[in-house]
Design a protein around this ligand. Sequence first.
Ligand code: PLP
Ligand code: COI
Length: 340
Amino acid sequence: MAEDTATSASINVAFGTVAAGMMVIAEAHDGVFVAPRVEPTASFTLHPFAHCLHYGSTCFEGLKAHRGADGAVRVFRLDRHVARMRRTADLVQLPVPPADLLERMIVAAVEANLDEVPDAPGALYLRPMLIGTDPNIGAAASPSNGALLAVVASPVGDYFAGGVRPLSLLVETEVPRTTPQFGEAKAGANYLMALGVTRRARAEHGCDQVLFAPGGEVQETGAANFLLFDEHRVVTRALDSSFLHGVTRDSVLTLARDRGMAIEERTVTVDELLAWQGEAALAGTAAVLSGVGTLVHGGERRTVGDGQVGPITLGLREGLTAIQRGEAADVHGWTRIVER
Ligand code: PLP
Ligand code: COI
């Protein structure tokens, strides 16, 4: 079957490098979005004066559609991702797409690429993106009312090469991930600001990611939220404007609460982190729930727990993926089946 071929090929390549065949596009003129089109994934044409190319008016989302053992394809927490993209669009001063339009476009992108949704543990990663297109290089102090909204897709496997393995994080207390007013935004500029320090962490310490903890208070990594677990509780920073409000974070906290664990949403200092006796993990659409085995701080390497991916992390990851794949009851109404 063609589907099997796509599946086995796609999950063995680097995350996000394979484009699914179809995309969905809608333009906004004078701030108003017109009817979306479903088209083969192909290059865009942009005027060289386009606002996004000069003044960074871009943002995006990231969510997944999962194929279950029953063959059904389910999109995970569509409403949350739509709401967050609208929040980000507002923060980066772009026309805010209506929620129903964005929802319909994401569902249409899954439908159009249904045959390219890999079997588990792969998934179809959906990347809604919004860019400012007004051709005006003088518009440094005014927003772009012209915009292009597109939903592209990519069959993916693991985000971190090497599958489920303990990650190592550099704890960064000096350089912030982003600026305070953009912490909550899923905007390209945030990833660029984190890139230099993340590259150095890789090159100099062999770390997978940087855990940003400006002023000694833990926030998140460059591409995922950060959680601490022990047998009875989850500890993580309370929602504030300094970091991205992850849908996976919210889902894991809900599952942990369902399992009778206590949830402590509060400040976590680097001192508490370094003394932590339990487990640590990264939560994100791409990262799923990935255990942390090593922290590097002040030039010293410290092992978290026994340095392996712990049983609490694995149990919650399993609980999450079982819902995504339709193998466990979706008691919170998080999934939506997409079919032709
Ligand atoms: N924080 C950052 C900076 C991210 O890029 C992501 C990934 O989307 C997350 C957190 C986790 O968010 P979510 O679980 O909604 O994917
Ligand atoms: C996601 O998990 O959706 C992300 O955005 C991570 C990423 C930057 C690939």
